[in-house]
Design a protein around this ligand. Structure first.
Ligand code: NDP
Length: 331
């Protein structure tokens, strides 16, 4: 990095097709209401892997710097809420969508996109949590607001070895719920148990749940898989239970009936971590820093990479060969 340039992992789609790599970019000056952040830590989410490889339509404009999660220190600010030296977090909004993202030494964003680092977290721990932790917290929040209680029964969490899933397992366990984890990775059963899962079942555990209503087994569910597994969950949820619909790692379709909703009062709660209003963001990050913080945060960190290591992680994540959280350390 010279004084006026910085390194960034930038994604292109042009005459040469989709390509991405490290480039030197001119250091921006924050405009009115903007903040320049020296990014020290980021993370890798499924969406980052889709964007970075071009295997999913994530970016709305090209070229863009990738990365939906950033944490670091304010270097310069034209926003009244932030000053040089403040520790901040940025996740979602337009990052790596229609605005340059977090895989860079510098990030210039509207100050309204930032959350002040809550007491109890630093840039590193905030990015171990990242969008995965924030989305799991959003799911927990939506379910609690909608009446989820431990007495309704265990919480089923699928994609449990993944970023969102492992965070949901840990947070619900910390809140005193019985957690049943669905995972396709038998080798990770001990790891999931240590995070707080009381029972672990395979991905085919619900495959016999074909009728509109089957035996009610779960008080609630956090679904980052979608497709047929989400349909099976709707059929097996206890009366008045909640399903947080988060992802589509297994498919984007949903073929079910209205029966669970009209006869059991099941609620399907959509979770979108991208556009969460600022007050809710601050509340959820506050919880993640304190009463919802996974006790085993360090165990959820499974890999650390620099910007040069991103392409390899992307490929392995899309091939289902990663688990937990991948931290990106930016010099
Ligand atoms: P990860 O890759 O870390 O985790 C996904 C997990 O899903 C895997 O570890 C695996 O767990 C499971 N899985 C993968 N493929 C399949 C399959 N074909 N069938 C069943 N299970 C499968 O991803 P993230 O945790 O980052 O994201 C998970 C999903 O949530 C993605 O679809 C992502 O786009 C979405 N997401 C949505 C957000 C929102 O705001 N709504 C925010 C963040 C993520 P195992 O091997 O243990 O079964």
């Amino acid at each position: 990095m010279s004084k006026n340039t910085y390194s960034a992992f930038r994604i292109h789609k042009d005459d040469q097709g989709h390509h991405a790599g490290i480039e030197q970019l001119p250091k921006p000056v924050p405009g009115d209401g903007e903040v320049l952040v020296r990014v020290t830590h980021s993370a890798v989410n499924y969406k980052d892997a889709l964007a970075g490889t071009g295997k999913g339509k994530i970016l709305r404009t090209f070229p863009l710097v990738g990365g939906i999660d950033a944490a670091g220190q304010v270097e310069a600010s034209s926003h009244p809420d932030y000053k040089a030296g403040d520790a901040v977090i940025a996740t979602g909004w337009g990052l790596s969508f229609d605005h340059d993202g977090a895989y860079a030494q510098y990030l210039c964003v509207p100050g309204d996109w930032l959350v002040a680092m809550p007491e109890g977290l630093d840039a590193r721990s905030a990015m171990i949590l990242g969008t995965a932790g924030f989305t799991a917290a959003l799911a927990v929040h939506r379910m609690l607001v909608n009446g989820q209680r431990p007495e309704l029964g265990p919480i089923l969490v699928n994609g449990a070895s993944g970023g969102v899933g492992s965070m949901a397992v840990a947070i619900f366990a910390r809140l005193g719920y019985e957690v049943v984890a669905v995972s396709g990775k038998a080798a990770l059963h001990d790891w999931l148990t240590a995070l707080g899962a009381t029972r672990i079942v395979g991905r085919d555990a619900l495959s016999e749940a074909k009728r509109p209503l089957e035996k009610a087994e779960w008080g609630g569910a956090v679904d980052s898989v979608g497709g047929e597994m989400l349909a099976q969950i709707t059929r097996t949820l206890a009366p008045n239970g909640n399903i947080a619909a988060i992802g589509l790692a297994g498919g984007h379709e949903l073929n079910t009936t209205v029966m669970p909703f009209i006869l059991r009062g099941v609620s399907l709660l959509g979770c979108n971590s991208v556009d969460v209003p600022a007050p809710v963001r601050r509340e959820l990050w506050g919880h993640l820093a304190s009463d919802w913080r996974p006790g085993q945060l360090e165990d959820m960190l499974t890999e650390r990479v620099d910007l040069a290591g991103l392409p390899d992680v992307f490929e392995r994540m899309l091939a289902g060969q990663t688990h937990g959280r991948v931290l990106v350390e930016i010099d």
